[in-house]
Design a protein around this ligand. Structure first.
Ligand SMILES: [Zn+2]
Ligand SMILES: [Zn+2]
Length: 93
């Protein structure tokens, strides 16, 4: 799963910057002026809702297999990091 920070930080391209005739590789629809679109670092564009959903499950660009940065365990995870319950031997596998 991609870092949600990285997903949210994806730039919003202008309509003219999108490959409008190519459209969104996730849903196969062309971009309409006014659609919410996000551009991956590989310069492929997708509907915001399509790519967000997609990247939450699979951080790879559906067009070119560009891989988004993984969710790492830095700052944003610190606060919600759970303490491991300390029960040695209870975890199998
Ligand atoms: Zn789409
Ligand atoms: Zn791509």
């Amino acid at each position: 799963m991609a870092s949600s920070k990285a997903i949210l930080a994806l730039p919003v391209p202008k309509f003219s910057e999108t490959a409008a005739e190519q459209g969104c590789a996730v849903c196969g629809q062309r971009f309409q002026e006014g659609d919410k679109v996000r551009m991956m670092p590989c310069s492929h564009s997708f509907h915001q809702s399509c790519i967000f959903k997609r990247l939450l499950g699979n951080r790879v660009c559906p067009c070119c297999r560009f891989t988004m940065p993984a969710a790492d365990e830095q700052d944003d995870d610190m606060s919600k990091k759970r303490r491991r319950s300390c029960t040695p031997g209870s975890y199998v596998g």
